[in-house]
Design a protein around this ligand. Structure first.
Ligand code: ADP
Length: 176
């Protein structure tokens, strides 16, 4: 089984900005004790930003430097990685991948509340409509470890956290 040597798994939580990754990761981390690695913050704190993309209004990552810095923690396991992309991480790092999904109306409201306007808002809504991150995950990892989770409401958020906790318990017990 892939990565079975780790005692605790690594989980990737991905999806379009605004689908609720950070909210879910924070809760999951508090409940499980797994380490929440928010890639945007880690990249900023460790000088892994090469430039700012004025078209997409976002930071461009120095992926190699970031990966090198994360390697040891990821090999040890016990991490929840949170990022709105997934194709550049080493495949061997993850035991499971959850792609959060949100309907357009809810996502539009969340992103406008965050201050997104114009092209940035439209591009992120399009990203969700065309399920870009889900396709990216399926292209980058084995299909059987990629799971889509609907995350429109707080009830669904709680259900998703529970589902991941159940998976985690099963994963750990299988290795005993
Ligand atoms: N399941 C949910 N139902 C309703 N609102 C949510 C849900 N998850 C997150 N939110 C809200 O949506 C916004 C974006 O959530 P956030 O976790 O920052 O998304 P991301 O990390 O994917 O960009 C926040 O205001 C958050 O409170």
């Amino acid at each position: 089984m892939q990565n079975s040597r780790r005692n605790v798994p690594n989980i990737l939580i991905t999806g379009t900005p605004g689908v609720g990754k950070s909210t879910l990761c924070k809760k999951l981390s508090e409940l499980t004790g797994l380490r929440w690695l928010e890639i945007s913050t880690i990249a900023k704190e460790n000088g892994c930003i090469t430039e700012y993309d004025p078209v997409y209004q976002c930071s461009v990552l120095d992926e190699d430097k970031l990966m090198d810095g994360m390697e040891e923690a990821m090999c040890n396991g016990g991490n929840i990685v949170d990022y709105h992309g997934c194709d550049f991480f080493p495949k061997r790092w993850f035991d499971i991948i959850f792609v959060l999904r949100t309907n357009n109306t809810a996502l539009y409201d969340r992103l406008t509340q965050r201050g997104y306007v114009g092209k940035k808002l439209e591009d992120n809504i399009d990203c969700e409509i065309f399920q870009v991150i889900l396709e990216e995950a399926k292209e980058s990892y084995d299909h059987d470890i990629v799971h889509e989770l609907k995350n429109d409401t707080y009830d669904e958020l709680n259900e998703n956290v529970q589902k991941i906790c159940v998976w985690l318990e099963q994963w750990v017990s299988q290795g005993m």
